[in-house]
Design a protein. Structure first.
Lengths: 350, 546
């Protein structure tokens, strides 16, 4: 009797798992489609770009026009994606993107170039830039995690404070004549490839691997997916959250350094004044990083960045009137979101 | 909007309040209901029981007008049911009080009672303004008519779970409904509140209201129902007046012939060895005796004090010996689960300390509220609410199970999916986890399998002390016995100590000793298994020290 029962139970379990496997195979297919949801959009854009302009599909345009232009933004997107993954959000990354290089440049360049005359060593300046990034992230993290303040409001206020400091210390001027070492990351090329593109790609790949395979990376998904469960499983949730705010801000500072090198000065409007947080969020969300935390990856985030970069590039090549760029840009982002939702299903683009 | 006519109990005649004939419903390839016939007379209380997945929820949804059946007909008071979209018409005839509260916390009781159908004045073309006075007045009147006592002007957010339920019942009655579906109404109630609910149900029934009572707990069905219907695999396998059936009949009907035969075999094999254990693994839990009393203490709780709204612990001390399995039980708010959470490091007490003395790890005092530290010290934790604390829904089963041991399986911080699966697979097998593979997101698993993941996560760290809180809540009978037998087996084989907080007597049956908490203090202890059901229940109510 007992044997019969065991056999029946085993049979039932087998049948149930076979059914579950079948369900999961289709689920795997769907998740693959989700990851590739942006590929058709990109393909269409590439075709449109190629038809509109013969220069579009040249190596120099792709590497410099799209690659270098998108690198700085891409690094910030990595930072914002990490913060979104733990279920947070940080609007102030755009101000860190401007303030960190501003403070560094201000300490480096002479008074004539709107510095403060300290003439700091440029390598030390880069160190300071990272420290400023880390400090902003730490303050945000402590206020949100330990102080239990709302992340949206904290970072919104922080955005304005930081942008004010950025403008205040240089009285609205733009430090220029940046030393080569300081501008290297944003301006130099290795062969035909801009350093910024290589560094951005490396950051994407390393962050992607870190998220996939490192225990801290997995802890980020656990914390974003269910904070209480992560805590009950012994993950130091608050440390992970604060750490991610710090890392995100440091990445924003590095992005700012790239941008400063590319335009060889730090304008008081870099970041906040340019409103880069909008494309940052757009790239992450189009790429499938959930605003609710716990879902998304670097492949998606990178394709979001590339998509925005391609659109931007086509608009520039076509000499679209500056007055219309924003409207078209916004329209494309909206369209990409809707498409990602249609292809990726319920869960995408939240 | 016209007020639905309120039929008086006396002239309802003999038409059944609810009559379902040949109801079929299919979801994809699953046949959830395969021809269900059900009839409920006014003034009767019909208990609807069945294991998870038997089709109870589907039937409730069809009877509440949420789904349309694929085939068959629903008749209310002898008339065909309203069309699916006409929610107001459904609510006037039959109302469901769901397990999860459906009141709007920010609104007052009166507003909730008249939600969406507020009495109005100065009516112009269907418009007009809300007549607050009439709304309060009518709420008070309905409450008074049915003997309920909740202030109409209180915001629902300030009410207890019990009072919210009263508001929902009042809402149904105020809409003219004389047929109530109560879906697991006692799931969130402590025993006193449950008793008061039973009183209300009896009173409603006496006044001619028909009640369909859905429950996991057979005792409740025996306590208040007049009839019972058992669903199994989408079919009604038993319908009878309650006086004519025994509890064993119901269990047999719920689980089928096979299972009950096995159950008696298992019972013959000895207590503490539930059925399903045989399927869990080849090695029997064996007659190894529990370690002798007088073994070294493994867990010493000293003077733990904690106060928060709803829970209070006053200077509780407890010593648990190595390898001992201790149950902690009490009413909701007695502090039983809070005590367990404090030991697990999930809650910080106001005062007192938790000391551990595991032979392999030496003596140590736990830092209060340090869950990660408690884990390192050797405490595995099965939290109370698996949805909230038990797993990360988007991550795979293996990753959830191995979450407590990432430190151990990581090389230079890197955790390979393969190594993770290697560690998770044996646990998944032992608990008969049914999934499409260990990388399937836990969100897609059934409730019972989610709970298995939660339990496996606690066991993965090879804990010297397992803190389990209601480890079988909301899982079906087979999974329940499997989980309990695994806890039983693990503690016997590894000599791990178990602290099990639960108000389910079936859970406590695997313990060597049960400590009863009443209002935050240890009231009494039962040291001789098997524990007497009645005596335990009485003790949790603070009665009858023996």
């Amino acid at each position: 009797m007992s044997d019969t029962k065991n056999n029946l139970t085993a049979l039932a379990v087998d049948v149930e798992s076979a059914l579950a496997r079948k369900r999961s195979r289709s689920a795997t297919a769907i998740s693959w489609i989700r990851e590739a949801a942006l590929v058709p959009v990109l393909a269409v854009l590439l075709i449109v770009g190629a038809i509109l302009n013969p220069h579009f599909l040249t190596v120099s345009n792709i590497v410099t026009g799209i690659g270098q232009q998108s690198s700085a933004l891409g690094v910030v997107v990595v930072g914002e994606s990490l913060i979104l993954l733990i279920g947070g959000m940080d609007l102030s990354l755009e101000s860190t993107f401007g303030l960190a290089p501003m403070i560094a440049a201000w300490l480096i360049v002479p008074v004539a170039a709107f510095g403060d005359g300290l003439l700091l060593n440029p390598y030390l300046g880069i160190g300071i830039l990272l420290v400023v990034g880390a400090a902003v992230g730490l303050v945000n993290g402590l206020l949100i995690v330990k102080g239990r303040l709302n992340g949206f409001i904290v970072t919104l206020a922080m955005t304005i404070v930081l942008a004010g400091i950025q403008e205040g210390i240089v009285k609205g001027q733009a430090p220029f004549n940046l030393p080569t070492a300081f501008g290297y990351l944003g301006a130099a090329d290795l062969g035909a490839v801009p350093v910024s593109l290589i560094v951005a790609a490396v950051i994407f790949v390393l962050t992607g691997l870190f998220l996939r395979y490192h225990q801290l990376g997995r802890a980020i998904y656990a914390v974003g997916g269910n904070r209480e469960a992560a805590h009950a499983a012994g993950i130091k949730v608050n440390q992970v959250r604060i750490g991610v705010y710090v890392a995100g801000s440091m990445l924003a500072a590095i992005g700012g350094l790239m941008e400063a090198g590319r335009v060889s000065s730090v304008t008081p409007t870099q970041g906040y004044g340019e409103g880069i947080i909008f494309p940052v969020f757009a790239a992450a969300v189009i790429g499938g990083v959930s605003l609710q935390g716990g879902r998304g990856n670097m492949v998606g985030a990178a394709s979001g960045v590339i998509l925005l970069g391609v659109v931007q590039n086509i608009l520039e090549l076509e000499n679209v009137s500056n007055y219309w760029v924003d409207a078209i840009n916004g329209g494309v982002i909206l369209f990409a979101l809707i498409l990602a939702r249609v292809i990726g299903g319920e869960a995408s683009a939240e | 909007m016209s007020e639905p006519a309120i039929p008086a109990a006396s002239n309802l005649g003999t038409a059944p309040a609810v009559e379902a004939a040949g109801i079929r419903k299919r979801f994809g390839s699953t046949r959830a209901l395969r021809g269900v016939d059900l009839s409920l007379q006014p003034g009767r209380c019909l208990g609807l029981v069945g294991r998870n997945g038997a089709g109870k929820s589907t039937l409730v949804s069809i009877l509440s007008g949420i789904y349309a059946p694929d085939a068959g007909e629903v008749r209310l008071d002898g008339q065909p049911a309203p069309s699916l979209g006409d929610i107001a018409a459904w609510r006037g005839r039959i109302a469901t009080v769901f397990q999860h509260s459906m009141v709007v916390p920010g609104l007052t009781v009166a507003e909730n009672v008249f939600l969406g159908r507020q009495p109005r004045r100065w009516g112009l073309w269907g418009g007009g303004v809300v007549d607050w006075g009439a709304m309060r007045e009518q709420t008070r009147k309905v409450m008074a008519d049915w003997g309920f006592d909740v202030n109409a002007d209180t915001a629902c957010g300030n009410l207890t779970v019990e009072q919210r339920q009263v508001v929902e019942i009042t809402r149904a009655l105020a809409a003219g409904t004389r047929c109530l579906l109560l879906d697991e109404p006692t799931a969130a109630l402590e025993r006193g509140a449950a008793q008061r609910l039973f009183e209300r149900v009896r009173q409603l029934q006496a006044q001619g209201v028909a009640i369909l009572y859905i429950s996991h707990h057979l005792e409740e069905v025996f306590e208040i129902c007049t009839d019972v219907a058992v669903l199994r695999d989408g079919e009604l396998v038993l319908t009878a007046p309650l006086a004519e059936v025994t509890k064993d009949d119901l269990v047999t009907a719920m689980v089928g012939q096979n299972f009950s035969a096995e159950r008696s075999v298992a019972d013959a094999a000895g207590p503490g060895q539930p059925a399903g254990a045989a399927a869990a693994g080849p090695e029997p839990a064996g007659p190894e005796p529990a370690p002798a009393a007088g073994a070294r203490p493994a867990l010493v709780v000293e003077g733990v004090t904690f106060a928060s709204p709803g829970v209070f612990l006053g200077n509780v001390s407890l010593t648990v010996h190595g390898g001992e399995r201790v149950g902690v039980t009490g009413l909701r708010g007695s502090g039983a689960t809070t005590l367990a959470r404090i030991v697990a490091g999930a809650v910080t007490p106001d005062a007192g300390q938790v000391r551990l003395c595991f032979p392999a790890r030496g003596d140590q005092v736990l830092r209060p509220g340090d869950r990660a530290g408690a884990l390192r010290a050797g405490i595995g934790y099965i939290p109370e609410d698996r949805q909230a604390d038990g797993f990360v829904p988007l991550l795979g089963a293996a990753e959830n199970i191995a979450m407590t041991i990432t430190d151990r399986i990581a090389r230079f911080g890197v955790v390979g999916p393969r190594r993770r699966e290697a560690r998770a697979a044996p646990l998944a097998r032992r608990l008969s986890l049914v999934s499409a593979g260990l990388d399937q997101p836990v969100r897609e698993l059934s409730g019972g399998n989610q709970q298995k993941v939660t339990v496996a996560r606690a066991l993965a760290s090879d804990p010297a002390l397992i803190v389990a809180i209601t480890p079988t809540r909301g899982v079906d009978v087979a999974s329940k016995e499997l989980l309990l037998s695994e806890l039983d087996r693990v503690t016997r084989q590894t000599g791990a100590t178990l602290l099990l907080a639960s108000d389910e007597l079936d859970d406590l049956a695997i313990c060597d000793r049960v400590v009863v908490l009443v209002r935050g203090e240890i009231f009494t202890e039962f040291t001789e298994p098997p524990f007497d059901r009645e005596a335990l229940i009485a003790a949790t109510e603070g009665l009858g020290v023996t």
